[in-house]
Design a protein. Structure first.
Lengths: 538, 205
């Protein structure tokens, strides 16, 4: 089945005409590829909204004293920024957009197991987003609790917490259903010959992620409902005045929210694995180790939530155990990095834009990971917790890791999804600028944290001025770079089949069909005869 | 919503939908699991108050409701067997009985809650606020957990109602009964959760 796509082509899923036309052909479509694009566009929209908020915050922090906003506005801004970025951009993350698009294609299926449920999940996602938006603009102002909604402050503040928390609950529901759909799809829809150990590693990472979504999200869901009930009905689950225990809230919150970090990062690692393998033109090194490390991360990731609470009041033993387990998660993560390096070793690497994005990812992610060890050991954590060090660390992990991988994946699969090729030179330059801006913006925050500047304040002491100024300038560079990158993608040109069907010499199934794919993906369900990354002549 | 898929071969995989339902049931159990954790922590912290507060609850109504749910689980299981043997009328009767039992359960619940509220015991009431912290937490948990469970009953009734209609018009039938099966699974879940709630609130000394 290789090669024949250039001769005879089907109408692509983008052009396909059904009963509905216009916007309804999209929002009523159960095609996984269209739903993937719905997610992609909504997520990018929220991402840019979050970026604008971030840049405003940095503007406030350009110099000591009040610049453009007061404390209440700043508190609301970092809360809404955190909420938007976490719940609306990075938790659906690569799974909802690229996962939706690629899972059926990469395992040789026509769609996911439950197409209608898939569309329903997107509706829930949008509904949750709307509820949060309404919560921000109505009542007594946007929430100012931080995205973590820590009790008892979240029970006492006059701002509109109920709606926002409820919105987050609805989003959780959407995430659960997506995970459920993916698990069943991967179990039931693989093409003949596609055994579990012949699946591309991106699929493995999504499989691990889906289990986390399924098993961790309900816990935070019920926790959010309890917060709502506390506020509306005064039950007092987490209100010390009524016997409730705020620390219990933190436990329940992090039982979900730490695994949620892996919901964000696992698919990112999966996409990076695909990219590195493709551009190294070698089979991946240590296939099983990478696949299993995804599951290991998913599993151990459950048991480390306590490291967010080293200073919240926990027994010495609990702190040591959590600290030890935290170091343990570093192992499967490191396995991946070593395997990527080993895959590149003696490969014939082509330096295309997606590969550069992957390199930027590894570099930045490593800094994030290593500073994570500082936070993972109790003795150092108590010094830098709740400082800018933490802010720098999680931006390095979440933005530099999952966020960059999102763009890496976008550059990698762009020709497949849209049938267009962007200007590679501009893409590379945009990335370079972004890399510089990113480090300018966040690296000074490590230093600020070491110096003792706390997070979540609109103002600071004069001695912190210089690094903050550099950081603010970095935010402008980063903002500019993002605009360049996106405009470049939007200006991509339609390519000939040779240019877009398989531009990188990829070996997984998605590169064996036309770009953009036909509505049914495959004219004939393929039979898989070898390992996913085997080099075959074309 | 299928128009974009006019060319799709109708993809019907009862195993897939059953796996999906089981996974969903896991998530529901975890949802209540969070509440059970909270319950255990607070019971551990306030053993005496929890003990005294539980004596306020009416074991008889609780027991009746337990029996009602157990019987309804049985009737829903029987409806599946009936459909598998092709007896449509019997299937419909069993589903209807299940729904009826669910409604009786809700009515009982209504009177039980009503009595509590009549005695000024409800979350946020002045009387409850004047009691000890353990009492507040016990009744807070009681209303929240049984309330959430009641919502699940209502969802289950709606689900069984849909299944009833589909059995009636024949789209769920002897060869294609996974919707009924999944509805039944959901109903067993609702039952199972009650089996945990009943001793936790009504029985444990
Ligand atoms: C141009 C991009 C960005 C800028 C300029 C930026 C800037 C900031 C700033 C200044 C803060 C507040 C620090 C404080 O005073 O505590 C913050 C907090 C935060 N950011 Fe970003 N950020 C950006 C992108 C992102 C991305 C991509 C994510 C996640 C995917 C993210 C997630 C968060 C979270 C979770 C918080 C914590 C909010 C809280 O304290 O509750 N940010 N960011």
């Amino acid at each position: 089945m290789t090669g024949n796509f250039t001769t005879h082509r089907m109408p692509s899923y983008l052009e396909q005409q059904g009963k509905y036309t216009g916007i309804r052909a999209w929002i009523l479509s159960t095609d996984h590829k269209r739903i993937a694009l719905l997610y992609l566009y909504s997520q990018l929209f929220f991402f840019f909204a979050g970026v604008v908020m971030g840049i405003f915050m940095k503007l406030e922090l350009i110099a000591p004293g009040q610049q453009i906003m007061g404390p209440q506005t700043y508190n609301a801004l970092f809360t809404v920024h955190g909420l938007t970025m976490i719940f609306l951009f990075i938790i659906p993350g690569l799974a909802a957009s690229f996962g939706n698009f690629m899972i059926p294609i990469m395992i040789g299926a026509k769609d996911v197991a439950f197409p209608k449920l898939n569309l329903f999940s997107w509706y829930l996602f949008i509904l949750g987003a709307i509820i949060i938006l309404v919560g921000i603009f109505t009542g007594d102002g946007p929430p100012d609790t931080g995205w973590t909604f820590y009790a008892p402050y979240s029970l006492k503040t006059n701002t509109n917490v109920v709606l926002t928390v409820f919105g987050a609950f609805v989003l959780g529901f959407s995430s659960i259903l997506t995970g459920l759909n993916f698990i069943v799809t991967i179990h039931r829809m693989r093409a003949p010959g596609m055994g579990f150990f012949r699946m591309p590693l991106f699929i493995w990472s999504l499989y691990g992620t889906a289990w986390i979504q399924l098993l961790a999200t309900p816990v935070v869901g019920i926790t959010f409902l309890m917060v709502v009930a506390d506020r509306l009905l005064h039950i007092g689950f987490f209100d010390p005045a009524q016997g409730g225990d705020p620390i219990l809230y933190q436990h329940l919150f992090w039982i979900y929210s730490h695994p949620a970090v892996y919901i964000m990062i696992l698919p990112a690692m999966g996409a990076i694995t695909e990219i590195i393998t493709t551009f190294s033109h070698r089979t991946v090194f240590g296939y099983k180790a990478i696949a299993m490390s995804s599951l290991a991360i998913a599993f151990v990731g459950y048991l480390v939530w306590g490291h967010h609470m080293f200073t919240s009041g926990m027994s010495e033993t609990a702190r040591l155990v959590f600290s030890f387990l935290t170091f343990l998660v570093a192992i499967p993560s490191a396995i991946k990095v070593f395997n990527w390096t080993a895959t590149m070793y003696k490969g014939s690497i082509s330096l295309e834009p997606p590969f550069w994005w992957a390199m930027a990812f590894i570099f930045i992610f490593m800094i994030g990971g290593l500073t994570g060890l500082v936070l993972g050991s109790v003795s150092t954590d108590v010094h830098v917790t709740d400082t800018m060090f933490v802010v720098a660390h999680f931006h390095y992990i979440v933005f530099g890791g999952a966020g960059l991988a999102f763009f890496a994946a976008l550059h990698y699969w762009y020709p497949k999804m849209f049938g267009k090729m962007y200007n590679k030179k501009v893409a590379n330059r945009g990335l370079l600028l972004l890399f510089i801006g990113f480090n300018l913006l966040y690296f000074p925050m490590f230093i600020l944290g070491m110096m003792g500047m706390p997070r979540r304040y609109y103002d600071y002491l004069p001695e912190f001025a210089t690094p903050n100024l550099i950081s603010t300038i970095g935010s402008w560079v980063l903002g500019t770079a993002l605009v360049i990158v996106v405009v470049n993608l939007l200006r991509a040109k339609k390519g000939t089949p040779e240019e877009i069907d398989d531009p990188w010499g990829g070996r997984t199934l998605e590169w064996k069909i036309q770009s953009p794919p036909w509505i049914e993906n495959f004219e004939e369900i393929p039979t898989v005869e070898h390992e996913p990354y085997e080099l075959t002549e074309k | 919503m299928e128009q974009n898929h006019t060319e799709h071969v109708d993809h019907f995989d009862p195993v897939a939908s059953k796996i999906g339902m089981w996974l969903f049931i896991f998530t529901e159990i975890l949802l209540f699991g969070g509440l059970f954790i909270v319950y255990s922590v607070y019971r551990y912290k306030h053993p005496v108050e929890f003990h005294l507060a539980h004596q306020e609850l009416d074991v008889t109504i609780g027991l009746i409701n337990t029996i009602i749910l157990l019987v309804s689980s049985m009737t829903v299981a029987m409806s599946i067997t009936a459909l598998q043997t092709g007896n449509k009328k019997l299937t419909l009767i069993f589903i209807a009985v299940t729904i009826l039992l669910a409604l009786v359960f809700l009515v009982n619940k209504y009177f039980e809650w009503g009595a509590k509220i009549h005695h000024d015991i409800y979350p946020g009431s002045e009387f409850l606020m004047s009691l000890s912290k353990g009492d507040m937490l016990f009744f807070g948990l009681y209303f929240f957990m049984t309330g959430l469970h009641a919502i699940h009953i209502i969802v289950g009734v709606a689900l069984l109602g849909v299944v009833f209609a589909k059995v009636k018009n024949g789209s769920v039938n002897q060869n294609r009964f996974s919707l009924l099966e999944n509805g039944g699974l959901y109903w067993h879940l609702v039952d199972l959760i009650w089996i945990f709630l009943f001793p936790l609130f009504y029985l444990i000394h």
